[in-house]
Ligand binder design. Structure first.
Ligand code: MG
Length: 152
């Protein structure tokens, strides 16, 4: 078995969609990014690449490459799944943001990841918390995701 860890942070701004795990969450602000900015999928991709010791998302999909402008992170994940062909045992992720409250969306995010990864939703854990008003995340200027993954 092997383990991988990934994290990501993005700035938040009005007029952008808040993408988490491949779905849009109703929110005043969304991630600012070269791609669609799905912070959870980016952390997940890095966990997957980490488990296989294959580098990181920035090396694979350079932000300097115009090809990835407004890229759908689900498509990036599909490419990484083709590359790594993982047998995923489970993933556990934490999203840190001040607003909106994600409690009502956690199961939808789990379902989306379960579909994207072709694994049962019981293998996908998603947690959400605030940063207690501290720092850039606490002020609502940024969102962070961390993800750990075990593969066979
Ligand atoms: Mg990112």
């Amino acid at each position: 078995m092997r383990i991988g860890f990934g994290n990501d942070i993005h700035r938040l701004a009005e007029g952008r969609a808040l993408m988490l795990g491949g779905i849009a969450i109703p929110s005043k602000k969304g991630e600012v990014a070269h791609s669609d900015g799905d912070v959870l999928l980016h952390a997940l991709i890095d966990a997957l690449l980490g488990a296989k010791a294959l580098g990181d998302i920035g090396a694979l999909f350079p932000p300097s490459d115009a090809k990835y402008k407004d890229a759908d992170s689900k498509e990036l994940l599909k490419k990484v799944l083709e590359l790594t062909k993982p047998e995923i045992i489970n993933i556990d992720a934490t999203i840190t943001l001040e607003a909106p409250k994600l409690r009502g969306y956690i199961d939808s995010i789990r379902e989306s990841l379960s579909e994207l990864l072709s694994i049962d939703a019981s293998r996908v854990s998603i947690k959400a918390k605030t940063n207690e008003g501290l720092g850039e995340i606490g002020s609502g200027a940024a969102i962070k995701a961390e993800c750990i993954m075990l593969i066979d």
